[in-house]
Design a binder for this molecule. Structure first.
Ligand code: HEC
Length: 114
């Protein structure tokens, strides 16, 4: 194979794959995001998300918001309140992952949960 052909092939292999970019954070990053949610977000919303300085974030309440709205709140915060934006630390896909986690998978299903 000619050198230019090898370089072209390498270029293709090294191009970021759109499929990968859309599949969201990998397992390590997901674990880090979960830690961020229960510790950093938890510092205001409570380590069990039952509320503190910020309101409780139970799954049923989170499902009242669209995933887009939730991700927007996470990235940009709520102006005029203590809720900060996280866009310096999180990508759009990561904010969407946290939004999805809050709606479907978080440890607090409802406020009535034991
Ligand atoms: C410095 C404290 C603080 C931190 C840290 C914080 N929040 Fe908040 N958050 C708030 C406050 C206060 C509100 C309520 C703002 C208002 O009055 O509407 C809020 C509101 C929210 C809401 C809207 C809740 C609702 O019922 O409408 C969501 C969702 C949310 N935060 C998610 C997060 C997530 C996810 C993180 C971590 C990435 C986070 N917050 C970190 C203080 C915080």
């Amino acid at each position: 194979m000619h050198l230019p052909a090898i370089l072209a092939l390498l270029g293709i292999l090294l191009l970021p794959s759109p499929a990968l970019a859309e599949s969201g954070p990998d397992a390590d990053r997901r674990a880090a995001l979960e830690t961020l949610l229960y510790q950093d977000c938890g510092s205001c919303h409570g380590m069990t998300l039952r509320g503190g300085l910020g309101p409780a974030l139970p799954r049923d309440r989170m499902q009242a918001l669209s995933p887009e709205a939730l991700a927007h709140i996470i990235l940009h915060g709520i102006p005029g309140t203590a809720m900060p934006g996280w866009k310096a630390l999180l990508s759009e896909a990561e904010a969407r992952w946290i939004a999805d986690h809050l709606q479907t998978d978080s440890r607090l299903k409802t406020l009535e949960q034991d």
